[in-house]
Design a protein around this ligand. Structure first.
Ligand code: BG6
Length: 470
């Protein structure tokens, strides 16, 4: 390994969660209904508006009530940072109110103060896989320009309240989810049930503008704020060295990089403008939009990394499918997969870091990575999750190599440091945590917390600033 492969002082080690996947208390203290509250089968399935249907997101792991003891456990692991999202519906229950719900803000006051008590840096995602249902029902979601204004109000409310306490922000979680799960990403419903790219890209344009306006507002309130984008990185390999396969991989990568291109460089890339023309997509822009995008680009590139993908132009290869977080893909013969079919590729993380750093030369923040697996709680209360340690160790080693390559990586918050409800499948048996939560996919169990083997391992990783990964 390069002698320069060393984590810098102040590296932000920690974990990442999303409000709707762990808070529960879905109607407490004036919270409105969100898109997640009507997505009982997860983000990839159609919504179900009948609330009688059991929805695990309504319960989460009750973090709304247990945040103190959970944060104490993060502190025991030595967390330097904790990434969480603020549920839009706790602050603006329907999305279009003029004034915020004070009770909702009070909950996040307490969470942030609790983190600061242990010197844990709060890292806030403004919108993580949820938006007020009111904005879907009354405005049609993000395809309506009005939503930009409501989001701006939401963002400004939070910047004003927390700018002295929270330095790191992200505007939209995995903004590229819009292409794969448009209801979750943009609150979009389609009359004939079929995805329509015109609406999706229009909604995405509004999110780009909203994100840039949030960057503007945040910087005006406090110039020290660091406001990033967040993409689900989806590195694609060509299945063979056939030139056409290479081009297919490049084309697939652009579907993801388009998002960070606009948010980081500040303009629509030529390949996307041509794609719109070829596909009869017209983006309606208001005067000034292009300037807003250009002038208020993000400060850093946040991204998740779980797996890599493969592209091929050969119909025989195209049949070899595996599943993934947002996208099903081709099987890579060189890789093993998780129990959910996500292909495990630590070296891909090094490649993604280099790809993004070469492209933007902005700090990188790895804000999600981890292994979803079935854990067994033993009779003596232990959980021996060596498979998770192996996964994380291999990825951290590659991240370290990327630093040696010259990438400026500022932090690593692994996904779900405490078990929570999964996004793609809305279940609790798929676990990511260092902390086991005794609750099952039916919402049953004591809800008691247990430290897994990985808890002690990660604690040591942090204590040695990534030097000891054994
Ligand atoms: C990311 C999301 O795509 O993947 C998280 O930002 C999500 O919200 C994570 O939980 C893991 O996916 P899943 O489906 O295993 O929960």
């Amino acid at each position: 390994m390069s002698k320069l492969a060393k984590f810098p002082d102040g590296f932000l080690w920690g974990g990442a969660v999303a409000a709707n996947q762990l808070e529960g208390a879905f109607q407490e203290d004036g919270k409105g209904l969100s898109t997640a509250d009507v997505s009982p089968n997860g983000i990839m399935s159609p919504p179900d508006f009948s609330l009688e249907k059991f929805n695990l997101y309504h319960k989460g792991i009750d973090f709304y009530y247990t945040y103190k003891e959970d944060i104490a456990l993060f502190a025991e692991m030595g967390f330097k940072a904790f990434r969480f999202s603020i549920a839009w519906t706790r602050i603006f229950p329907n999305g279009d109110e003029q004034t915020p719900n004070e009770k909702g803000l009070e909950f996040y006051d307490k969470v942030i103060d609790e983190l600061l008590k242990y010197n844990i840096e709060p890292v806030v995602t403004l919108s993580h896989y949820e938006m007020p249902l009111g904005l879907v029902k009354n405005y049609g979601g993000w395809k309506n320009r009005k939503v930009v204004e409501f989001y701006e109000r939401f963002a400004t409310t939070l910047f004003e309240r927390y700018h002295k306490k929270v330095k790191y922000w992200m505007t939209f979680n995995e903004i590229n989810v819009n292409l794969h799960a448009p209801f979750t990403g943009g609150g979009l419903l389609f009359e004939d049930g079929k995805k329509n790219e015109q609406d999706i890209y229009q909604a995405v344009h509004h999110q780009f503008v909203a994100s840039a306006l949030a960057v503007k507002a945040g910087h005006e309130i406090n110039s020290n704020l660091q406001i990033g984008c967040m993409i689900a990185s989806m590195l694609t390999y060509p299945y063979t060295s056939k030139p056409e396969d290479m081009f297919a991989a490049l084309t697939q990568d652009r579907k993801t990089l388009f998002f960070s291109d606009v948010q980081s460089r500040g303009y629509y890339p030529a390949y996307m403008k041509n794609y719109f023309i070829e596909n009869d997509i017209t983006i309606v822009m208001e005067e000034g939009d292009e300037n807003i995008l250009r002038e208020h680009t993000v400060d850093y590139i946040g991204f998740s990394y779980y797996m890599s993908f493969v592209a091929s132009t050969d119909p025989d290869h195209v049949k070899l499918q595996t599943s993934g977080n947002l996208l099903a893909g081709l099987k890579n013969p060189y890789l093993k997969a998780s129990e959910w079919g996500w292909q495990i590729d630590p070296v891909g993380l090094r490649t993604v870091c280099n790809q993004l750093y070469d492209r933007y030369e902005k700090p990188l923040f790895i804000v999600e990575n981890g292994l979803g697996a079935i854990d067994k709680l033993e009779e003596d209360g232990t959980i021996n999750d060596d498979y998770r340690i192996d996964y994380l160790r291999a990825h951290i080693e590659e991240m370290k190599k990327a630093i040696g390559d010259g990438c400026n990586i500022i932090g690593y918050t692994s996904w779900g440091p405490i078990d929570l409800v999964s996004a793609s499948t809305a279940e609790l048996k798929k676990r990511y945590g260092y902390i086991y939560v005794d609750r099952d996919s039916e919402g049953e169990g004591s809800n008691k917390r247990y430290k897994k083997k990985s808890f002690h391992w990660y604690k040591n990783v942090i204590a040695t600033n990534g030097e000891n990964l054994a």
